[in-house]
Design a protein around this ligand. Sequence first.
Ligand code: SF4
Ligand code: SF4
Ligand code: SF4
Length: 248
Amino acid sequence: MSKPRIAFFDFSCCEGCQLQVLNCEDELLDLLALVDIVQFREAMTEADWNFDIAFVEGSITREQDEPRLKKIREAAKLVIAIGACSGMAGINAIRNAMPVDKAKEIVYGNKKDAFESTFARPIDTVIKVDGYIPGCPIDRKDFLRTVQALLVGKKPPDHDYPVCQECRLRENECLLTVGIPCMGPITRGGCDAIEPTFGSPCIGCRGLVSEANIESCKQMLEKHGLTIEDISKYMTIFNSFQKEEKHA
Ligand code: SF4
Ligand code: SF4
Ligand code: SF4
């Protein structure tokens, strides 16, 4: 029986999430026993368009991205958005706060007209997506768990609970108690609360939980002399994009 065929694609991003896949050094051989990788620009030159699962990294930032993304959708049985850039526009959406022309001028100066660019969007504004692996970058274990789930016909894990839950399981001292703002109460878990465990606040790279309780988050912050404004600067790093319209 032939193995499922998987392919990786990237749009506007730093390609750090694909690098995380390559970093699965201890598991890569096991993975290759289960699947055939047929496109992966970071790792191979072949590019076969016959595949079952497409992992797509990066945001849509140019009109020319759309036909390429639709072609991927047509070829794949399943499309999985990997990373914050792909799933929620991530840090690319920071520039959506200003006119496109202004952002181009800041980045490219007097060469700005040589580059095409539009507002940054997640891929699900253009095509239907079957699952998400959140994070900036993605977590390697999360990627492997997702592949395992897909291979047995299950949905990828969605970790729809706050980072605080895993933080408490690790018995960390809450950063709020020492006056450090943290987005853990409203951010999707699954990362084992990696930042708070090492003394840094969560800045929301896995996106908001689906039922983000802003009111209870406010109360939690106020209890420790903090306000929602204290975490608002973190909100704009990964969570700027507001899904207004889905075309799928
Ligand atoms: S989500 Fe982060 S690590 Fe992944 S491609 Fe985007 S910027 Fe890079
Ligand atoms: S607010 Fe931050 S430090 Fe406190 S429990 Fe939640 S994730 Fe941990
Ligand atoms: S703790 Fe927050 S910022 Fe760090 S990986 Fe988890 S969700 Fe991302």
